[in-house]
Structure formats: C-alpha cells, structure tokens
Design a protein around this ligand. Structure first.
Ligand code: SF4
Length: 70
C-alpha cells in the first residue's frame, strides 16, 4: 500500500491541505496531517500524478512517500 507521511520538517505552511484536501488536513495549530484514509491505492491518486505534485508542494520537503509493501 502506497501512502505518504509528514515528517518533523513540517512548518505548518498549509500548502498541502489547501491544495490536496483529499490527502491532508490541518491539526489545531495548522500543521499538516495525513488523512487517515489517504491511501494512494484506494483513491487513484497515483494514476493522476497527484502524489508527485503533493510531495513537491511542500516547501520544507516534509512530505515523504511511504510504501508498506502490503
Ligand atoms: S505544506 Fe509542508 S510544511 Fe506546510 S503544512 Fe504541509 S507538510 Fe507542513
């Protein structure tokens, strides 16, 4: 299963959840969170190249692709 995570480099700029609300949401302080249901396989984001766009949108390079192998 392919997905994404947001690591400690997140500074809360908000591009991720503003541009890709299907994948990310803000926490109470404006930092990005990956939505619990944001698996690339399930919502065809991979086919639309949205995954690469989402990774590229973060100015802190805090969005990282993860693959559980499942
Ligand atoms: S775009 Fe990057 S820095 Fe901004 S909230 Fe999202 S993960 Fe954090």
């Amino acid at each position: 299963m392919t997905g994404v995570k947001i690591d400690e480099r997140c500074q809360g700029h908000g591009q991720c959840y503003q541009l890709f609300p299907q994948m990310f949401e803000p926490d109470e302080e404006g930092y990005g969170l990956v939505r619990p249901d944001a698996t690339i396989k399930d919502n065809n984001l991979l086919h639309n190249n949205l995954l690469d766009d989402a990774v590229a949108c973060c100015p802190e390079n805090a969005i990282v692709i993860v693959d559980s192998g499942a």
